[in-house]
Design a protein around this ligand. Sequence first.
Ligand code: TXA
Ligand code: MG
Length: 342
Amino acid sequence: MIPQHDPKITPPARCGNDNAASLAWPSAMSAERLACDAPGMARAAELLQAGALVAFPTETVYGLGADAGDGRAVAAIFAAKDRPSFNPLIVHLPDLDAVARYAVLEGDAQRLAQAFWPGPMTLVLPLRAGAAISPLVTAGLSTLAVRVPGGRVARDLLARVGRPVAAPSANPSGRVSATHAGHVLDHLGDRIAAVLDDGPCAVGLESTILAPGADGTRLLRPGGLPAEAVEACLGAELLPPQVTARPDAPGQLASHYAPRCRVRLGAARADPGEMLLGFGAVDCDLNLSLSGDLAEAAACLFGHLHELDRRGAEAIAVSPVPEAGLGRAINDRLRRAAAPRG
Ligand code: TXA
Ligand code: MG
């Protein structure tokens, strides 16, 4: 893939602390780039209904969508991402009624759904018997991960498609997630039919994945919904994931969300050959948030990792980020980006 500069692509809106011009992504593309107007939305829905792969924006990250009932379309997701088939996919639905048709939504799950959907939360629920979901989506599990995404574009698209849409993050497996249509085109543009371009994602981190169960609710992946908010809603502490031979979520694999170059955490300054990804008032190459705002840092994280990779960093040193609220999810992604690669 030969990157070409595309001046039409706008930089992330909420990352105003750096040289914005440098944030225009290079792109190589054959996928259709669709505007989120009526013709663009209609085209995206038509392609999904025809079994094609369409990347679309959610408030967390861009998803790589396919009809969850169409085994061939779902298989194409795994091929495009080069994703291990043991990793199940999240199904996206427009509202709670639609969720209840495919999964059992009761007790704590229902309380969480009412409190936080639409929004950056995924629930792992018992799959309803006879639900028209390809077994490739669940990787043969008896549970289904479901989400009602926030953001007008995603829910308008889901309502138009009228079918459950399976969508992992729109990045090659193990790599940095896409928070901008330009990232999708750079890395998957020659493997998918289209991307709906709605600019940068507001949250910038994937959804928080929760598995409600008889003994309490497990936190499978920290994400865009802070764990503290979930615990306040439930009036109980979240449980850690159960340790199994097969990870429930690829976010649990040690190396994930990895840029091309090495990543070093907790850095006070950059060593020779490194670029510094800062947090707070530090002298750095790119800053997640000059004012130390965790929501801004979350929104900028993946875009800045993509950008430092694009600038040819040999290694990225990262300032410490506080381990609270969204900082827990930011540090989770950074630890996996820094982990030894398999
Ligand atoms: O914000 C998000 O969650 C984005 C947007 C596009 O919705 N999606 C996303 O998908 O991050 P993905 O595939 O990159 O991560 C989904 C995670 C994976 O770690 C997968 O293993 C886990 O959800 N998962 C899916 N089904 C599951 C299940 N039945 N049990 C446990 N984990 C499951
Ligand atoms: Mg992912």
